[in-house]
Design a protein around this ligand. Structure first.
Ligand SMILES: *Cc1c(COP(=O)(O)O)cnc(C)c1O
Length: 466
C-alpha cells in the first residue's frame, strides 16, 4: 500500500479556539454591521479572512528573533535579510518596509504620477489603491480564461500579450512607469503565471523600454506551480525556479506576510541603483531609516529565515496540498469552486452558488455572511464591495466574478478544520434557495471601502421603507 501524505512538520505550540452558537453569531454579525472585518477574532472559530500575517512561524524563525540586532543603522539583522534577498531572489539593492502596501507607497512615490497608466494582471486592491490615489490608472491585461471559474487552464494568472501590447503602443513611454506582474495573481484567485509568460512579458516590456515590477507576495507558491505544471521544470528546485523568475523583473514589491511566513514585514527589491537611491528618500520619510524601514531587527531576522523555509519544496507541498484538499472536498459536495485551485485559498463562485440574487445586493458578501452564521467561519468577499466605485463616475463596478475567498493560513489549521469548512459550505449550499435577499450599504468610505463598509439586510431595509 502506498503511504498517505502527511505534513512536513509537527506541532510544538498550540492556541485554543472556541466554537459559538448560531444565535451568538447572528447577534455578533449584526452588531458588526455585516462586515466580517468588524468581528472580534474570538467570535470566529476558523479564521480564513486572510493568509496574510496569520501563519505560524517555525522554531528556527523564533530562534532567529532572539538574535535580532536592534541597532538603528547597519544592524546585523539588516545584513542577514540583505543576503537572503540576494541569494534567493537575486536583487542587489533592497529597502525594508513595514508591509507590502508600504513597499508600494515608497516605490510608487518614486515612479507614478498623475495621468500615468500601469498595466498588469488583476492588480491587488492596495496596489490599485496606490495607483488611483496618485490619479493614475491600473489597466488589467489578464488573459480572458481567468474570468471563467470553470475553465481548466494551468496559468490563469498570465498576462495577455496582445492586451499588454495595445496599452504599450497606445501610450508614450513616459506615461508607463512600469508593468506590474502579480505572482501568484491574488485578485484572480491565487492563480500562477507561467515562466514562459514572465519571459514574454519581459521581452515585450524591453522592446518598449518599460520596467517590469513583480508584486511578489506569493512568489514561492507561483514557483511551486511552475515546477508541477510547466514543461521543463519538474527536476528543478523551487530555489532554482525562483531565481529564474526574477531574471524577468527589474524590481519587486513584497508583502512578507504571505510566502515569507512572518506576521509583519515587507520590502522592495531593485536592480537599478538610481531608482533605489530615489526610493531611499521616500523610505526615510514614510517607513524609517533605510536599514530598518519599519521593521525591528528581530523581525528582519525572522523574515530572512522565512524566505529560506518558504522556498523549500516540502513546505510548499504541505501547504498547497492542504488547500487542494479543501478544494476537492468542496467539489465532491457539489459546491461551485474556482478551478484549478489556487495556491493560498479556495474561491467559492458566489454567482453560481446564489444565481437568483441581484448583483446590487452584494452576492459574494451575502454568501460570506451565511457561512459565518453557519459555522463561525470567516472568509472574505472578493466581489462588488472590493471592486469599489469607478473613481470618475462613482458608480459601483460590477466585476466579472463574485467570489468568497477562503484563505488558508500557513501551518495553522489541520485537515479536520478543512472538513468542518467543507461541510459548513455544503449546509449553506443545501439551503441556498432560502437565501433570497442580500445586503445594502449604509455607510462607506471613498477609497478601499470593503474594510470599513457598513451594511444592512436588504430585506429589513425594504420593510423599513414600506
Ligand atoms: C497582501 C498583498 C499586498 C499588500 O501587502 P500588505 O502586506 O497586506 O500591505 C500587495 N500585493 C499582493 C499581491 C498581496 O497579496
Amino acid at each position: 500500500m502506498e503511504l498517505p501524505f502527511a505534513e512536513s512538520y509537527k506541532i510544538k505550540m498550540v492556541e485554543p479556539i472556541r466554537k459559538s452558537t448560531r444565535e451568538e453569531r447572528e447577534e455578533w454579525i449584526k452588531t458588526a454591521k455585516y462586515n466580517l472585518f468588524n468581528l472580534r477574532s474570538d467570535q470566529v472559530f476558523i479564521d480564513l479572512l486572510t493568509d496574510s500575517g496569520t501563519g505560524a512561524m517555525s522554531d528556527r524563525q523564533w530562534a532567529a528573533m532572539m538574535l535580532g540586532d536592534e541597532s538603528y543603522a547597519g544592524a546585523s539583522s539588516y545584513y542577514n535579510l540583505k543576503s537572503a534577498i540576494k541569494n534567493i531572489l537575486g536583487f542587489d539593492y533592497f529597502l525594508p518596509t513595514h508591509q507590502g502596501r508600504a513597499a508600494e507607497n515608497v516605490l510608487f512615490s518614486a515612479l507614478v504620477k498623475e495621468g500615468d497608466v500601469v498595466p498588469g494582471n488583476s492588480h491587488f486592491d492596495t496596489t490599485k489603491g496606490h495607483i488611483e490615489f496618485r490619479k493614475a490608472k491600473a489597466i488589467d491585461c489578464t488573459i480572458d480564461e481567468a474570468f471563467n471559474t470553470t475553465i481548466q487552464h494551468p496559468f490563469k494568472g498570465n498576462i495577455d500579450l496582445t492586451k499588454l501590447e495595445t496599452v504599450l503602443s497606445q501610450h508614450p513611454k513616459e506615461q508607463i512607469p512600469m508593468i506590474i506582474v502579480t505572482v501568484t495573481c491574488n485578485s484572480s484567485g491565487g492563480q500562477p503565471v507561467s515562466m514562459q509568460n514572465l519571459k514574454d512579458v519581459y521581452a515585450l516590456a524591453k522592446q518598449y523600454g518599460i520596467r517590469v515590477i513583480f508584486d511578489s507576495a506569493r512568489f514561492a507558491e507561483n514557483a511551486y506551480f511552475i515546477k508541477l505544471r510547466e514543461e521543463g521544470y519538474q527536476d528543478k528546485s523551487i530555489k532554482e525556479i525562483v531565481k529564474e523568475m526574477y531574471q524577468y523583473a527589474d524590481g519587486m514589491t513584497m508583502s512578507s506576510k504571505k510566502d515569507a511566513i512572518v506576521n509583519m514585514g515587507g520590502f522592495i527589491g531593485f536592480k537599478e541603483e538610481e531608482l533605489f537611491k530615489k526610493a531611499c528618500q521616500f523610505n526615510i520619510i514614510y517607513e524609517g531609516y533605510i536599514t530598518y524601514g519599519g521593521m525591528s531587527g528581530r523581525d528582519m531576522n525572522a523574515l530572512a529565515q522565512g524566505l529560506d523555509e518558504g522556498t523549500e519544496f516540502e513546505y510548499l507541498e504541505t501547504r498547497i496540498r492542504q488547500v487542494a484538499y479543501l478544494g476537492e472536498r468542496l467539489k465532491k459536495l457539489g459546491v461551485p469552486v474556482q478551478e484549478p485551485f489556487g495556491g493560498h485559498a479556495i474561491f467559492i463562485d458566489a454567482k453560481r452558488f446564489l444565481p437568483h440574487l441581484p448583483k446590487e445586493e452584494f452576492v459574494a458578501q451575502t454568501l460570506a455572511i451565511e457561512l459565518y452564521k453557519e459555522a463561525g467561519i470567516r472568509g472574505v468577499e472578493i466581489g462588488t464591495l472590493l471592486a469599489d466605485r469607478d473613481p470618475e463616475t462613482r458608480e459601483n463596478r460590477y466585476p466579472a466574478l463574485e467570489l468568497v475567498r477562503l484563505a488558508i493560513p500557513r501551518r495553522v489549521y489541520t485537515n479536520n478544520h478543512m472538513d468542518v469548512i467543507a461541510v459548513a459550505c455544503k449546509n449553506v449550499y443545501d439551503r441556498r434557495e432560502q437565501i433570497t435577499r442580500g445586503y445594502q450599504i449604509t455607510n462607506e468610505s471613498a477609497i478601499m471601502r470593503h474594510f470599513t463598509v457598513e451594511l444592512t439586510s436588504a430585506e429589513e431595509k425594504a420593510h423599513v421603507m414600506i
